[in-house]
Structures are given as structure tokens and as C-alpha cells.
Design a protein around this ligand. Sequence first.
Ligand SMILES: [Zn+2]
Length: 116
Amino acid sequence: MLKTYAKCNSCCREYRCIVARDFRQCVYCRKESAEIIRSEEENKPLLTIELQDESSVPKVIYKGEEIKLKQEVEFHWETDTEEYGGLSYAIEHAVEGKIHPTRNRIERRVKGHALI
Ligand SMILES: [Zn+2]
């Protein structure tokens, strides 16, 4: 999702636009002298794995979407120096199909792990 900010040329305040009207009408003074100053991608994490306790099912959010019907979750990050050396993660989950369910695997191997 894109976050858009505008600045009012009348009262000089900056604000985040929520509705289309905010692009031109200042949310503070209501004068129609606002203009868009910047837009930026909302800073969402790539991957979030939440584990409530040791017996719970992990909650996995990948690229902003929760992965349902999980069957396997792997996460491996390592280093032997101050810099990170490698990253692998895999999420296997079932997908409800029209006729049969299928299994989908999201897998990434980065840096040192990509070369093994
Ligand atoms: Zn204003």
C-alpha cells in the first residue's frame, strides 16, 4: 500500500492523505491549497513468524499476507562473522483447489545458502 503525504501552502503543515479529498484540501485548515509532496511504499516486513508458545501453530505473514493451512515452516539464518552469511526459509501450505487440494512451497535461499 502507498502512503501519500501532502503539504498545505496556506498553513504550511504536512499530513498523511487518507481520503482522495486530502490531496487538495488541507485536513487542518480546510483550504484547498494543499499539494502532494511525496508517496512511499508502506514499510511492511517481508516475513513475520509469530509463535505464541511452544505448542502453538506459528502465525506466518509473507509479503503482507497470512499463510493459511500451513504444513511446514522452516527458517534458518546464520553468520560466522559480523555480517550475515546466509538465509533460507521455506513455508509449505495446502491450497484448496476446485477439484483437489494442492500443496504450495515458498522457498528462498539467499547469499551463502544459495550456493550450497
Ligand atoms: Zn492548511
